[in-house]
Design a protein around this ligand. Structure first.
Ligand code: HMG
Ligand code: MG
Length: 298
């Protein structure tokens, strides 16, 4: 059955921007974050405390995290792949962080330079330290519906890595179709496998729209009971370690779909769409939200 409410996790400022080759100034990122909060998003992934050599666009993570104006009721989160990233994030007053692993060995190596097992060993002290600081940790699993290097990924492998993150103390596991190759039936089967070990309400869908399947896949997993959806305003984004990957499913499109299903989000679609128009014009990118484009033309 469909959930009554869905929480959107807005990843535009992080997943949406991390792959942009041209530098985007910190002020633009801060304005984006502020506009998203004003549109009613309650969870915004604002920055990524990763190596600036690996992801130059996220090099101003400290400035972003300390420069943002916090709104009541909004969580501002950041990616922290290791203790070094977590310590820096804590210094900047982060409320919540995320570790990111993968269901694919090859992707793990390319993305975070270690095996899946090594990544889990690396995350354990991050979770311990975060717990001591009263900071919640979200866990990502990449390549849940396919890998750019290994191709098909077994649902059992996704379930195994997800469970490891959950057992370690991640309060939510976000399942990433990093390259957007998934289709609804595969998405449903994957969710069924993972939810045997982890309660449905602790799972999130993080779907990219490279093959135009993201909304269909979301519909399929919402029907299974998924109630947390990661999305990116204007469908911005791509992963630096997954060639050809396009952005996340557009937040505007997700809100429009959920509105139609009578599922509450608390988001002001017009404000969100205006934010999508503004950010794509500002950074010179096409608006990949169909809803955003339609509303802008009205
Ligand atoms: P490494 O080279 O194995 O680590 O990188 P290291 O510990 O040997 O350190 C090497 C250098 O990086 C050192 O600097 C460290 O200080 C520095 P040097 O001595 O050479 O000058 N370093 C750091 N600097 C800043 N912050 C840090 C940090 N850690 C080390 N936290 C590491 C390992 C994980 C750091 C590296 O591989 C990395 O930064 N990878 C980034 C990967 C990334 O950001 N990918 C995109 C996000 S994941 C994603 O998009 C998928 C997702 O959306 C879900 C989905 O769609 O599937 C979440
Ligand atoms: Mg992603």
């Amino acid at each position: 059955a469909f959930p009554k409410q869905v929480r959107l996790v807005e990843v535009g400022p992080r997943d949406g921007l991390q792959n942009e080759a041209n530098p985007i100034d910190t002020a633009t990122k801060l304005e984006l974050i502020d506009r998203l909060g004003a549109a009613g998003l309650t969870y915004i992934e604002a920055a990524s405390f990763v190596s600036p050599k690996w992801v130059p666009q996220m090099a101003d993570h400290r400035e972003v995290m300390t420069g943002l104006t916090r709104r009541q009721g909004v969580t501002y989160a950041a990616l922290t792949p290791n203790l070094k990233g977590l310590e820096a994030a804590l210094e900047c007053g982060v409320e919540e962080v995320a570790v990111f692993g993968a269901a694919s060995e090859a992707f793990s190596q390319k993305n975070i330079n270690c095996s899946v097992a090594e990544s889990l060993e690396r995350f354990a002290p991050v979770l311990e330290r975060a717990k001591a600081a009263n900071v919640r940790v979200r866990g990502y699993v990449s390549c849940v519906l396919g890998c750019p290097y290994e191709g098909e990924i077994a649902p059992a492998k996704v379930a195994e890595v997800s469970k490891a993150l959950y057992d370690m103390g991640c309060y939510e596991v976000s399942l990433g179709d990093t390259i957007g190759t998934g289709t609804p039936l595969a998405a449903k089967r994957m969710i069924e496998a993972v939810s045997r070990d982890i309660p449905m309400e602790m799972l999130a869908a993080h779907f990219h729209d490279t093959y135009g399947q993201a909304l269909a896949n979301l519909y399929a997993v919402l029907e299974e009971g998924i109630s947390v959806v990661d999305s990116s305003v204007a469908g911005l984004g791509g992963c630096p370690y997954a060639k050809g990957a396009s952005g996340n499913v557009a937040s505007e499109d997700v809100v429009y779909l959920l509105n139609g299903l009578g599922i509450e989000t608390g988001i002001d679609l017009d404000k969100l769409a205006a934010t999508g128009t503004w950010i794509t014009q500002t950074i010179g990118r096409p608006n990949r939200s169909k809803v955003g484009v339609a509303l802008a033309a009205k």
